[in-house]
Design a protein around this ligand. Structure first.
Ligand SMILES: [Zn+2]
Length: 450
């Protein structure tokens, strides 16, 4: 465990009260997993550092910011499918239903155990370089992805899929799957791994499955629930035809909407749907790039915020984005709302920064999401000394509207660097790329997996 002194940085805390959001010259000390000092007074910081040096002579490092670098809470990606990084740029320019049923499902049918592992590693490389310390994930075989994300040093909320599907997608629940996953989770630190439950969507299962899932969740209220919800007009119309109700209303009737529900997309909603989401305190994950790219539409974020609904950001999978990059999502989210309402003040740079940081961390219940004394240290370091962010007249605007992600130079997760001055400390980038290329050759070949 290292102790790190960040000396003379810009500090941006999107989740703090307005007058406390920016510190021009900040001094921050991280000891083990937590921030133990954070302030503008250099003398106080140096004193704290000296007393630490007396106690812990080894493993201490100073990170100089020279007044030109930024400390920003690390991001949390609230909706993605990590393994799909292997499918990047292989299923483009298709509507969601064709994309999913004609391209993605056949590819997924070929996935071998090694593909799950390498796909997860590849995704972790991209999360790390984009300042993302924690990620939700919805995918099959979390037993294979969990060890990889843990090795990468990131914080992880995989969705546990306890459903066994026959060829007609009729799902039945196998409780052994959850028990096995819970055993596996015991072997990792709780702060790094938090199991969640997942229900892909309302359209993928037969009706009798949902009440069983609701019973299970009622008996396990600590589990967050991840789902896709109201992603497309087709999903909405099909649900109306099938159940006579909107997906939100029907999921609510199934008792599947609550404080722990993290619903991705929510593009197609009525006012009544939004009222239900607000009443049930559901968290909504906005995935603007994926929604545009799959031709699904534009979520009305302002209407959600007006209902006091918590909104976070997600990249969705690399097969529908095609990056895992919340800087892109922040900028797009801000621009879309402004364009949608024809009003530039409808949403601010701070609003989208909160979505990428504190809102997501709150939804995940992970701590962090803000840089202050006592908090867990999930921090990204950004070099602002670049022509495209110069001059910095407004720090939040610089980060949301001008920054290039290449300016992210380090990522600290739970007090430890996983990426330090552009170098990966936990993953071998060349090896992963080499292995991933081999996986992709197999997936696109005619050879079938056994
Ligand atoms: Zn998705």
């Amino acid at each position: 465990m290292k102790t790190t002194y960040f000396r003379d940085f810009y500090l941006l805390n999107p989740g703090s009260e307005p007058q406390k959001r920016i510190i021009r010259h900040a001094y921050v000390i991280v000891h083990e997993r937590r921030i133990i000092h954070c302030g503008e007074d250099q003398e106080a910081a140096e004193k704290c550092w000296s007393s630490l040096q007396l106690q812990f002579a080894a493993n201490m490092q100073i990170y100089e910011g020279y007044g030109k670098k930024l400390l920003l809470p690390a991001f949390i990606n609230c909706h993605t499918h990590l393994v799909m990084s292997l499918f990047r740029n292989s299923a483009d320019d298709q509507n969601l239903q064709d994309w999913l049923f004609q391209t993605i499902f056949p590819l997924e049918n070929k996935l071998r155990e090694r593909d799950y592992r390498i796909g997860t590693q590849l995704a972790c490389l991209e999360l790390i370089k984009n300042g993302i310390a924690a990620t939700f994930d919805m995918y099959a075989r979390p037993d294979l992805s969990i060890p990889e994300v843990m090795r990468a040093g990131l914080r992880y909320l995989p969705g546990i899929d306890d459903k066994v599907r026959d060829k007609d997608f009729k799902a039945s629940i196998d409780k052994n799957i959850i028990a096995k996953m819970q055993d596996l989770a015991q072997t990792y630190p709780q702060e790094q791994l938090k199991l969640t439950y997942m229900i892909h969507s309302i359209y993928l299962y037969q009706e009798d499955f949902f009440p069983q899932a609701a019973d299970y969740l009622a008996a396990n209220p600590q589990l967050l629930l991840q789902m896709h919800l109201c992603e497309t007009q087709k999903e909405y119309s099909d649900c109306l035809k099938r159940f006579g109700k909107s997906p939100v209303k029907q999921m609510d009737e199934f008792r599947l909407l609550g404080k722990g529900t993290v619903a991705a997309h929510c593009v197609v909603l009525t006012d009544e749907d939004r009222e239900i989401l607000a009443k049930r305190q559901v968290t909504v994950v906005h995935n603007p790039t994926s929604n545009l790219k799959l031709g699904s539409g534009i979520a009305d974020i302002k209407a959600l915020l007006q209902q006091q609904i918590r909104v976070c950001l997600g990249s969705d999978g690399a097969a529908s984005n095609n990056n895992l990059n919340l800087y892109n999502e922040m900028k797009l989210a801000a621009l879309l709302s402004k364009g949608q309402y024809r009003r530039a003040d409808i949403i601010t740079a701070f609003d989208v920064l909160q979505m990428a940081t504190c809102n997501g961390y709150k939804a995940a219940g992970l701590g962090a999401g803000v840089i202050k004394e006592g908090e867990l240290a999930d921090i990204q370091v950004v070099n602002l000394d670049s022509v495209n962010t110069f001059p910095i007249n407004d720090l939040a605007a610089a980060v949301v509207y001008s920054l290039q992600t290449e300016q992210v130079e380090s990522l600290m997760v739970l007090g430890q660097f996983v990426y330090y001055k552009k170098e990966y400390l936990t993953l071998d980038v060349e090896k992963i790329k080499y292995e991933a290329a081999k996986c992709v050759d197999f997936l696109h070949s005619d050879v079938q997996a056994h």
